[in-house]
Design a protein around this ligand. Structure first.
Ligand SMILES: [Zn+2]
Length: 442
């Protein structure tokens, strides 16, 4: 079962959309599914045309007038436009975020260059333009205007899907039979009218969904806990607790997996030279297992953290590519970075499902800023684990200092208003000056 959370404002009840996936469309009649194939064959290219349009010449617009020739009905065209607008919108958002990360990265690079603290191996960040998304898999996000879900009576099936086809006024009736666990998941739920149809190698599948509203039951005045995300500790809280780690067993497993892959690559080369045609695959089952295992460890750690912080609101950092790189420096960056991104997602999901407020705050300089006097300096971190302020001398575990900063950033509107890293740094510097004055610092 897949789950998705809608974005909400502070204090509002959270609506989570739960999807029930892997419901097979019964091939009761081969001709029916063939008609669906025909439909998909014209739907997908049309949807692609709008995706390209919305990613290049026009802003995504769900209500755009139809503009491409197609045998599809007006209603089906509307569905394609809506789906394309959604795809293009998230592509544009992700691209803009990545571009901002690149700009921040570049700023950081030039800053270090000026300071003379640049790593000898560091390269100037470059920007490579993104490709426009290409729809490869058949996925139709249909609404009630074209696909209607109705309960089946006096039948061995649970539902009927009524699907409009290419032929005028001709509708397909496709039976849907639920597995016992699907039935359990959907019991007493109001199923959303929009359904997703997917075609895979083994046939057609449908995804149903329902909404669940979870009120936030924590008062806005409740204490806030700051959460730092990292490698040595998945999660460090401003209350001074650590949960989970990439080190130890996970690291051992990762090392073994890498060795295995190297070995395989060597073997492939050797066989290739000898002219062997059927080479062993490069994909690593154990690698996939490892990634799954890492995600499970993260889920456990985050769960535990929420259990031990009942009655708290959560502040956690927005992990940008730049922050992930900073955190994963000098390590197998890719593996760590891709897994690091799973942690904030898991925090957001845990908060939503428990009705706890959680807010993402700026991460810029959270690991270099002193949580006491706001002095920002890379040199405040003599090593990965230690934080030691060069001005006030405050010294603690580096992740704890970052978690405290993150806690303080909850509701910090001034900081949120900063446009980029440069502005954040200027603001922190200004706060440092104020601190010095208030404390009679020479
Ligand atoms: Zn300090």
């Amino acid at each position: 079962m897949k789950q998705r959370k809608k974005r909400t404002k502070k204090g509002e009840p959270q609506t989570i959309t739960k999807a029930v996936t892997h419901i097979r469309l019964e091939a009761a009649n081969a001709g029916k599914l063939a008609a669906l194939d025909d439909l998909a064959q014209v739907y997908l290219p049309l949807c692609q045309q709008y995706v390209t349009l919305f990613c290049t010449d026009e802003r995504p617009d769900k209500f755009r007038a139809t503009c491409f020739a197609t045998p599809l009905s007006e209603r089906w065209q509307r569905v394609a436009i809506q789906q394309a607008a959604g795809i293009a919108q998230s592509w544009r958002t992700n691209r803009a975020q990545a571009y901002q990360d690149y700009v921040d990265d570049l700023l950081d690079y030039h800053e270090q260059q000026t300071e003379g603290t640049l790593d000898a191996a560091a390269k100037e960040p470059t920007w490579r333009e993104w490709h426009i998304p290409v729809l490869r898999q058949t996925c139709i996000q249909a609404n009630v205007n074209v696909v209607e879900l109705g309960p089946a009576q006096d039948s061995t099936f649970d539902y009927w899907l009524t699907i409009s086809t290419l032929e005028f006024r001709k509708q397909l009736l496709v039976p849907v039979k639920l597995a016992a666990y699907h039935r359990e998941a959907l019991k007493d739920k109001t199923i959303n009218t929009s359904v997703t149809l997917n075609k895979r190698a083994d046939g057609w599948w449908v995804t149903l969904s329902y909404d669940q509203v979870i009120p936030v039951h924590i008062a806005p005045s409740a204490p806030v806990v700051g959460v730092d995300v990292g490698i040595a500790n998945f999660v460090t809280t401003s209350t001074g607790k650590h949960y989970g780690t990439f080190h130890g067993k996970l690291r051992e497993r990762q090392k073994r997996d890498r060795q295995k892959r190297r070995h395989k690559a060597k073997l492939r080369k050797c066989l290739e030279k000898k002219g062997v045609k059927q080479l062993p695959s490069t994909s690593s089952k154990s690698g996939q297992r490892l990634a799954r295992h890492v995600r499970q460890s993260i889920n456990r750690a985050v769960n535990q953290c929420f259990k031990e912080h009942q009655g708290y609101q959560f502040a956690y950092e927005h992990l940008s590519v730049a922050t992930m790189k900073y955190k994963a420096r000098a390590m197998n960056a890719y593996l760590y970075a891709s897994n690091l991104a799973h942690i904030p997602k898991q925090i957001a999901w845990n908060a939503a499902k428990r009705g706890v407020a959680a807010i993402r705050v700026r991460s810029a300089y959270s690991s270099q800023e002193c949580s006491v006097c706001h002095y920002v300096d890379r040199a405040n971190r003599p090593n990965q684990q230690t934080f030691c302020c060069r001005v006030c001398g405050y010294s603690t575990h580096a992740d704890l200092n970052a978690a405290i900063n993150i806690e303080h950033r909850w509701g910090d509107d001034e900081l949120r208003a900063c446009k980029d890293r440069k502005e954040v740094k200027a603001l922190l510097l200004q706060r440092h000056q104020t601190w010095k004055q208030q404390n009679g610092w020479p």
